[in-house]
Design a protein around this ligand. Structure first.
Ligand code: R5P
Length: 306
């Protein structure tokens, strides 16, 4: 039985891609607010006896979680055999440790919450740091794909003589892969986070790279402070204006404008979160992972194979 794809508001291009690549058809999902701010959800297509795939990138997750939960629960009540989530951006991964006493381990608790809402999830480059994989957090099958090859391709096509720069140690996993594929040198900087909007970045000696164009690669740009501080450090060392590439462009509170004003060569993101900076297509990378999850779900429920 073909799957039904339901798109949360703003996710129509992702849903269209899923329908194109999977044995699936587009379903109708209505989501709106009641005047008091509560969420109204209605599934307007048949879902009984078939799997449902919800397309919902989860930046600004607090605004979206209720709609997602109501859509998934309703799909199940209406007879869907399984409900999967394709979320190019998966949030709540940074707080994987209690840095100060009493803090919520939100990575763990959000994962538990979402594991109760859908049967599987696929995503792009989740921000995993101290937890090695999503299986360490999620109680449901959780699969990730990486945008590294696509970023490498973009760099090869747009930047001559690049040096790949990771703004912090965590970025090594992404920037290292990109540098390998580009065949360019890579350096990682040392970041200390002083607060939500304040970071301090130490740079090694970069004199050997002065003739190259720096390309900063990070998984997430949120306030933009990390990339702005890294760019400032590169300028002090006499390097050219850097390109900034992020997998997930969250751009909290005017961050895009601040980055553009900071003298970058350009700011480029993958299309995991819709934004004018999207220049790297990754939706199609998610469809094999979604197809795999649909096949597994069908096999465990004894349903038709994919
Ligand atoms: C965290 O370490 C991530 O990899 C990013 O570096 C971080 O989320 C960027 O945040 P911001 O743009 O607020 O500096």
């Amino acid at each position: 039985m073909r799957a039904t794809v339901l798109a949360l508001p703003g996710n129509a291009p992702l849903a269209a891609r899923l329908v194109l690549d999977l044995p699936a058809r587009m379903g109708r999902l209505e989501v709106r607010r009641f005047p008091d701010g509560e969420t109204y959800v209605r599934i307007g297509s048949p879902v009984a006896g078939r799997p449902v795939v919800i397309a919902a990138t989860l930046d600004r997750p607090d605004e979206k979680l209720i709609a997602l939960s109501l859509a998934a629960a309703t799909a199940r009540e209406l007879g869907a055999t399984a409900v999967g989530l394709v979320a190019p951006y998966l949030p709540y991964l940074r707080q994987d440790r209690r840095f100060r006493s009493g803090e919520a381990l939100s990575a763990k608790h959000f994962a538990r919450l979402l594991s109760g809402v859908v049967d599987w999830v696929v995503t792009v480059d989740p921000h995993l740091h101290r937890v090695p994989d999503l299986g360490g957090l999620y109680a449901i099958p959780a699969e990730s794909v990486t945008a590294a090859s696509r970023i490498a391709q973009w760099v090869r096509e747009h930047v001559q003589a690049p040096v790949l720069v990771g703004p912090d140690e965590e970025s090594r996993q992404w920037v290292g892969r990109v540098a390998d594929e580009v065949g360019a040198p890579v350096v990682t900087l040392l970041k200390r986070r002083l607060g939500d909007r304040e970071v301090c970045i130490e740079l090694p000696d970069l004199a050997p790279y002065r003739g190259r164009t720096p390309v900063l690669v990070d998984d997430i740009v949120s306030t933009g402070r990390t990339l702005i501080e890294a760019a400032r450090g590169l300028a002090k060392l006499g390097l050219a204006s850097p390109w900034c590439i992020a997998v997930h462009g969250i751009f909290a509170g005017g961050a895009y404008g601040r980055l553009q004003a900071a003298g970058m060569a350009g700011v480029v993101t993958c299309n995991t979160v819709r934004h004018p900076s999207n220049a790297i297509e990754v939706h199609d990378l998610l469809t094999p992972a979604a197809a795999h999850r649909l096949a597994e779900a069908a096999a465990t429920s004894g349903g038709e194979s994919w």
